[in-house]
Design a protein around this ligand. Structure first.
Ligand SMILES: Cc1ncc(COP(=O)(O)O)c(C=O)c1O
Length: 270
């Protein structure tokens, strides 16, 4: 309600989307439901209040959470959006015509299934919205575009051997590019850069990789299997284009903007 009042005082002529909470979004890597979105029982009071203040609510938005791991969460969200459209109709508000399906997509094999699920759900729940002017569907993909576009290479600056364990210090850490990826170690893809340091002997050791700062929290990955590395080797981290440097800091004197970015252009025919 406070947000509606704030919009009335700051930007009363804008077009509004009401963000709804997604039912059962727990399968997403990071669900947003606890922080964002109107619950089903909050939709009518919020719409009524906005209408009373003369604000124009043109549609519904949702975000199923970062890295959706099942397609049906989009169907549940679209069903909930439809229910909110119906509430607006019951309140005799101007017809809503925007459905914003948010983000949460990854560039993996699940994407096609999610796209199909969304198309079917829109047909099922919005069959009465025939033309494009009846319903504009928009999305806010973030990770989908950026994640696989960048690979990160970090330099091994230090090494410690303790029995069978290997520990390495590298030039980037959780206060830099790994701020968010380090929370999701299960999907971290890490490998030594073989061209510069060929590892003929592929015996692997339980290895911990630390970031460069003074904080012990700055641990990129613990107990992963790596071949023996030496100082000045490079470690390669794949799919590092999303939520990496954008979430980094300059903590402890390691400047996030000093990380160089190289762009390689390949000819699709080669
Ligand atoms: C409102 C909103 N839209 C879109 C995105 C992009 O999400 P994703 O990278 O999961 O596609 C985010 C990410 O937090 C967001 O908060």
């Amino acid at each position: 309600m406070d947000e509606v009042d704030k919009i009335k005082s700051c930007h009363p002529k804008c077009s509004l989307l009401l963000r709804i909470a997604v039912p059962n979004d727990k399968s997403s890597w990071r669900s947003f439901g606890a922080k964002f979105g109107a619950l089903p029982e909050e939709v009518a009071p919020l719409l009524r209040h906005a209408h009373k203040l003369g604000l124009r609510v043109v549609g519904i938005s949702f975000h199923v959470g970062s890295k959706a791991s099942e397609s049906q969460v989009y169907r549940r969200a679209i069903a909930a959006a439809r229910a909110a459209f119906d509430v607006a109709d019951e309140l005799k508000m101007p017809k809503m015509h925007v459905l914003d399906i948010g983000g949460g997509f990854k560039a993996n094999q699940l994407f096609d299934e999610i796209a199909e699920t969304i198309n079917v759900a829109i047909k099922d729940y919005f069959s009465d919205h025939q033309s494009d002017s009846d319903l504009t569907v928009m999305a806010e993909p973030g990770r989908f575009f950026a994640e696989t576009a960048f690979t990160m290479v970090a330099n091994v600056m230090g090494k410690r051997v303790r029995g069978e364990k290997r520990e390495y210090w590298i030039s980037d850490g959780i206060y830099g590019s790994f701020n968010l990826p380090a929370y999701d170690k299960s999907s971290m893809q890490i490998s030594p850069l073989q061209i510069l340091s060929p590892h003929q002997n592929q015996v692997t050791y339980s290895s911990t990789v630390f970031g460069p700062t003074c904080d012990s929290l700055d641990t990129v990955v613990a107990d992963c299997k790596l071949p023996e590395l030496k100082r000045n080797d490079y470690l390669v981290f794949h799919n590092m284009g999303a939520y990496t440097t954008s979430a980094g800091t300059n903590f402890n004197g390691f400047c996030i903007s000093a990380i160089p970015t190289y762009l390689a252009f390949t000819n699709a025919n080669n």
